[in-house]
Design a protein around this ligand. Structure first.
Ligand code: FES
Length: 95
């Protein structure tokens, strides 16, 4: 997993959520709802390797639908589980 803007790369076990992985390595990600797809604070852009992540499920999809600033690269980090391929995650400045 490569994280922007820091540009650092980390090895992360398959099946770890992006949120868990980012917290574990000390990157600046906020999780206000504790990973329940309820708060939007863990919104990130996945700029490469999207296909390797777990598919978007209903709760995440509904949340993303109602959010501002969402793009085709958007994921809620707490809902996206890492696969075996490299991914690049761009952190967004959280409010
Ligand atoms: S941590 Fe709240 S939506 Fe992901």
């Amino acid at each position: 997993m490569t994280v922007l803007p820091s540009g650092k790369t980390y090895e992360v076990p398959v099946g770890t959520s992006l949120l868990q992985a980012l917290l574990a390595v000390g990157e600046a990600i906020v999780s206000k709802c504790g990973g329940k797809a309820e708060c939007e604070s863990c919104h990130v852009f996945v700029t490469a390797g999207r296909k390797s992540l777990s598919k978007i499920q209903r709760a995440e999809n509904e949340k993303l639908d109602g959010m501002v600033g969402v793009s085709s690269q958007s994921r809620l980090a707490c809902q996206a589980l890492l696969g075996s391929e490299p991914v690049t995650v761009q952190l967004l400045s959280s409010t």
